[in-house]
Design a protein around this ligand. Structure first.
Ligand SMILES: Nc1ncnc2c1ncn2[C@@H]1O[C@H](COP(=O)(O)OP(=O)(O)O)[C@@H](O)[C@H]1O
Ligand SMILES: [Mg+2]
Length: 256
């Protein structure tokens, strides 16, 4: 039995009259690709936002690698070992691909603001290392040739991969991907699938929100289905796929 990397219990989040998450609990083992699926508005992104400290949950407890974890400020979440991408891409449009990845890496550096201002030798060395690592990550996700392009000039699919590179720059144990295949064509999806496989092989755990059922079923070890904020079903892709509750929810809302 492999180690539990993330345990989330009883997470609830309400927005006014809307119960966006209702007692959701999941357990992810190290090295898994864990799928979070469900119709639009099911609460998937809200779950990510709670997990990464963007929203404060009304209830819930979290454990990361066996230790209590309280989602808080962005850099604290990164230090704890969690990184994410966004459903609505959040890159610095006017910065180059390389710079976008370097920004991600800075949460892990040591010389800090004073070192940066004084441009101490330690800072310059660290900056060179960060650039080197950022180049490696761009190559890793397959967009090395665009290192010096402003991120807004990249195709949609490449921007999504750049977001993954930036997330990986924090050297996360757990990487949470919010609809990474959205807007990608069939070829890009194949590449994305290979990339996610590679990330897993490189000893990271992946939490994946995805609409493409084929991608989810092919990639995930375990899946949780949300519907109106409630946890409808959890199991292997095969188990979840034949769960009558899941079938009904998907048919009832026209899929998604
Ligand atoms: N900041 C917010 N304020 C109010 N309602 C929100 C907010 N964020 C999400 N919601 C609502 O919560 C529900 C779940 O949204 P979301 O988590 O984005 O769903 P999903 O990612 O599964 O499509 C939706 O009804 C959405 O409108
Ligand atoms: Mg969403």
């Amino acid at each position: 039995m492999s180690e539990t990397i993330l345990r989330v219990a009883n997470v609830s989040k309400r927005f006014g009259g809307l119960q966006a998450l209702s007692d959701v609990g999941i357990e992810i083992k190290r090295g898994q690709v864990y799928g979070l699926i469900g119709p639009n508005g099911a609460g998937k992104t809200t779950f990510f936002n709670v997990l990464t400290g963007l929203y404060t949950p009304d209830s819930g407890s979290f454990e990361l690698a066996g230790k209590p974890y309280t989602p808080s400020a962005v850099h604290e979440v990164a230090k704890a070992g969690i990184a994410r991408t966004f459903q609505n891409i959040r890159l610095f449009a006017e910065m180059t691909a390389l710079e976008n990845v370097m920004v991600g890496r800075h949460v892990r550096t040591h010389s800090g603001l004073i070192g940066a201002m004084l441009r101490t030798p330690g800072f310059k060395r660290e900056e060179a290392e960060i650039a080197q690592r950022a180049h490696e990550l761009l190559n890793y996700v397959g967009i090395g040739k665009f290192a010096d392009y402003k991120s807004r000039t990249l195709s949609y699919g490449d921007q999504r991969r750049l977001e993954i590179a930036r997330a990986l720059a924090t050297d996360p144990q757990l990487i949470a991907l919010d609809e990474p295949a959205a807007g990608m064509n069939a070829t890009e999806k194949v590449l994305l699938r290979e990339l996610i496989d590679q990330i897993r092989k490189d000893n990271r755990t992946i939490l994946l929100i995805e609409h493409d059922v084929k991608l989810v079923m092919g990639l995930c070890d375990r899946v949780t289905v949300l519907d109106y904020g409630k946890q409808l079903s959890t199991g292997s892709p095969a188990e979840v796929q034949r769960d009558p509750k899941v079938i009904e929810a998907y048919l009832g809302t026209g899929g998604g």
